[in-house]
Write a protein that binds this ligand. Structure first.
Ligand SMILES: [Zn+2]
Length: 246
């Protein structure tokens, strides 16, 4: 596209005049905007992530505020991580509709499946897209509405004390490698930020709402995730101990 600034018909003499006038414009104090080449999408690095527990934010994630949240009964009690899978419409990836659902802007007429979602007020703290991009909809110290009727280790109302993380996917489509990497990194950060969280206190939505929910589904490889998480935690502990550079 940038090659078209000067059509081929422009003769070198005329070209130098144009260059000179541009230079004069610059000397006259007019701002000359230099447009850098847009980065190629496959080369765009994902931003590094960190957690600010005071703000309840995942830094490096895109921040969008869902209206679907309220106060935790005990903001200091964050002691469960819930892994979900979601796609809207089911099986279609990359569209705006998960975002719209969590922001309360989903058009019920946009797809036949969405008709049943009218009036549904749900959210999640985080969404990890297929390409590894992360969006935060609710700060961690607030209660997101992701678990519904649920129970973990005999305690009900998991929304009260959990952080919900959605992976864009379906129960039977392999999740992307970058989603496992981002999830492990995020969970490691959260475990180090909130004392009530441990590697043992992580559950799938299907586990806390059996018979009602099936996500993240058989496609989610728990062994792979736990291996990645252990590696992420070991790396962070080594950095904290000063054994390896960050
Ligand atoms: Zn779920």
């Amino acid at each position: 596209m940038h090659n078209n600034h000067f059509p081929h018909r422009v003769k070198p003499a005329k070209l130098s005049l144009i260059v000179m006038s541009l230079a004069l414009a610059a000397c006259a104090g007019r701002p000359v905007l230099v447009q850098p080449e847009p980065p190629l999408s496959f080369a765009t690095p994902l931003p590094p992530l960190s957690v600010n527990p005071e703000l309840g934010l995942l830094l490096g994630a895109e921040q969008r505020r869902s209206p679907h949240f309220d106060e935790r009964s005990d903001p200091a009690d964050i002691s469960l991580l819930v892994v979900h899978g979601i796609s809207l419409p089911p099986g279609q990836f990359g569209g705006p509709h998960i975002d719209e659902l969590f922001l309360g802007t989903l058009d019920g007429n946009a797809h036949p499946y969405f008709d049943a979602l009218r009036g549904l007020r749900v959210s999640s703290h985080l969404l990890i897209h297929r390409d590894g991009r992360v969006v935060q909809y609710v700060p961690f110290d607030k209660r997101a509405w992701h678990a519904g009727q649920s129970s973990f280790a005999g305690r009900e109302r998991c929304n009260d004390y959990s952080i919900g993380i959605e992976l864009e996917g379906t129960d039977d489509t392999p999740y992307e490698a970058v989603q496992y990497q981002r999830l492990a990194r995020i969970v490691a950060l959260l475990i180090q930020s909130y004392p009530g969280l441990t590697p043992e206190r992580i559950a799938g939505h299907s586990e806390i709402a059996p018979g009602r929910k099936t996500d993240p589904g058989l496609a989610f490889e728990w062994g792979r995730f736990r291996t990645d998480l252990a590696a992420a935690l070991a790396t962070d502990q080594s950095i904290a101990a000063g054994r390896v550079p960050p």
